[in-house]
Design a protein around this ligand. Structure first.
Ligand SMILES: Nc1nc2c(c(=O)[nH]1)N=C([C@H](O)[C@H](O)COP(=O)(O)OP(=O)(O)OP(=O)(O)O)CN2
Ligand SMILES: [Zn+2]
Length: 118
């Protein structure tokens, strides 16, 4: 089975590897959605793969680290593309949830999503 939980955050960033070419080299912001996907068998005594309460706690930690921040200043996220945000989050979640299967980060306002299969 596969369970999914999501959270949203708002943050600023800039992507300045090619400063002349793109407006997103300048500081700007987005609303992001992060989804984590965990695979496993429901345990006999609990009936769940993983307690959604535990997933909520882990997502709250990520929310605290990302929400209303300049992502370029977050340790390990100096180049904050969707791809790197997925990998950054997966690294933090994997030890806690061995069944972690995917991290998806999207910008719903413009239909952009990255899916990282762990
Ligand atoms: N593969 C990726 N490409 C791009 C990423 C990324 O994370 N992965 N990120 C960006 C920038 O974040 C850029 O700000 C996104 O630009 P855009 O799609 O134009 O979105 P906007 O919010 O700026 O959209 P508007 O409609 O102009 O408001 C670029 N590429
Ligand atoms: Zn951007």
């Amino acid at each position: 089975m596969r369970i999914v939980k999501s959270m949203s955050f708002d943050a600023a960033h800039f992507l300045d590897h090619d400063p002349e070419a793109r407006p997103y080299a300048r500081l700007h912001g987005h609303s992001f959605k992060m989804e984590v996907v965990i695979d496993g068998e429901p345990q006999e005594e609990t009936g769940w793969v993983v307690d959604f309460g535990d997933v909520a706690e882990a997502l709250q930690d990520l929310h605290d680290a990302l929400d209303h921040r300049l992502l370029n200043e977050v340790e390990g996220l100096e180049r904050p593309t969707l791809e790197n945000i997925c990998q950054w989050a997966a690294k933090k979640l994997k030890a806690r949830f061995p069944g972690l299967a995917e991290v998806r980060v999207s910008r719903p306002s413009n239909g952009e999503t990255c899916i990282y299969t762990v």
